[in-house]
Design a binder for this molecule. Structure first.
Ligand SMILES: Cc1cc2nc3c(=O)[nH]c(=O)nc-3n(C[C@H](O)[C@H](O)[C@H](O)COP(=O)(O)OP(=O)(O)OC[C@H]3O[C@@H](n4cnc5c(N)ncnc54)[C@H](O)[C@@H]3O)c2cc1C
Ligand code: FES
Length: 315
């Protein structure tokens, strides 16, 4: 018999709040029903859910971003995948109660519809899906690196490590094209330059990098981490890198981790149709021992992969 805590399933979530935090970023908080709470009680950072947004109506015409006006009205047939920036599990007399936070970027017909979600609305959810990050034994340093839309599960991982592995020193590196594309609150830190409030709140140092230099390090987030590694000597055997973001950034991170002889896990992004290993639309090319390659499914075998095993297709 399967234990429900290790299974996935379909259930309802109630919207608690849905707030705009940046030009195209929103923060959605939801509470799961009893079944969803049981299914998610052992959820790992990097795992994700699929939301059915087909019945959600469009927001008012004036709220739809100009560049999305044409495609906003397209039918939303397939569920959409999202990871979490935070998961709160509260034990109650009736079992666990799970609340999750999703940071989403408005990009197309489904995420435009999400803008109109309000307190009390219900959404049909499938999850939890995928494997999530795994924390190696004897870890002393965890280097977390994210780019743009890949940042939410990295925040979740940061708070998970603080809670479950308090002896691990966690440092985060968050990159974006510019300050507006950072899905967090930038502010001046006490002892150094700009920091991200969401990481400050859980006492995880954050290093910001922007491609256009509008906040923090002027350049790629991988170069920011390389500088940090040059200045801070850490034991590579007791350290690990955890990454989520666009594929070129993941490829750069994998190379950097290899240069420093550190293990590295990357959370890959693929367009996903089913989310449960049926449609084969989310293939990731991986290396096999004998110089051959094989395709694995991002939704089922991933989204988190050992960086050494991935054949990146980065420009
Ligand atoms: C495991 C996983 C976790 C995710 N977590 C988050 C999250 O926490 N927050 C968030 O904002 N988004 C997340 N996404 C991406 C999110 O699923 C898409 O942005 C969403 O499906 C877009 O739907 P749409 O109809 O609004 O736009 P669409 O019209 O479907 O897409 C708009 C454009 O965005 C790009 N795009 C959409 N989905 C992907 C993808 N999976 N990979 C690469 N490019 C894509 C495409 O270029 C497309 O043209 C995640 C995706 C995956 C696979
Ligand atoms: S999304 Fe269908 S197999 Fe992965």
């Amino acid at each position: 018999m399967h234990n429900e805590a290790t299974q996935k399933g379909v259930f309802q979530a109630e919207v608690l709040s849905n707030q705009q935090i940046r030009r195209c970023y929103y923060r959605l908080n939801m509470k799961f029903d009893a079944r969803g709470s049981r299914l998610f009680q052992n959820v790992l950072p990097g795992q994700f859910l699929e939301m059915d947004l087909s019945a959600i109506s469009l927001p008012d015409e004036t709220q739809i971003p100009e560049n999305l006006k044409d495609k906003a009205s397209r039918q939303v047939m397939l569920r959409r995948p999202f990871s979490f920036s935070d998961v709160i599990i509260t034990p109650t007399a009736d079992g666990p109660c799970v609340k999750v936070e999703i940071l989403y970027c408005v990009l197309g017909p489904a995420t435009v519809r999400m803008m109109s979600l309000k307190k009390g609305d219900t959404i049909n959810i499938l999850g939890p899906l995928g494997n999530g990050f795994s924390i190696p034994d004897h870890l002393t340093h965890a280097l977390l690196i994210a780019g743009g839309m890949g940042s939410p599960p990295i925040l979740h991982l940061a708070s998970h490590l603080k809670h479950h592995n308090p002896n691990v020193e966690v440092v985060s590196f968050i990159g974006a094209r510019n300050i507006e594309d950072l899905p967090f609150t930038v502010r001046i830190g006490n002892f150094k330059g700009l920091v991200l409030e969401e990481f400050e709140l859980i006492r995880v140092p954050s290093h910001i990098a922007t491609d256009d230099g509008s906040a923090g390090f002027d350049g790629f987030v991988t170069d920011c981490m390389r500088h940090w590694l040059e200045d801070n000597k850490i034991d590579p055997k007791a350290s690990a890198v955890f990454a989520c973001g666009p594929e070129p950034m993941l490829a750069g991170t994998a190379k950097l981790a290899k240069d420093y002889d550190m293990p590295c896990q990357v959370s890959m992004e693929r367009m996903m149709a089913c989310g449960i290993g049926l449609c084969q639309s989310c293939a990731v090319e991986t290396k096999k021992d004998d110089n051959h390659t094989e395709y694995q499914l991002c939704c089922k075998n991933g989204p988190v992969f050992d960086a050494e095993k991935v054949n990146f297709h980065a420009e």
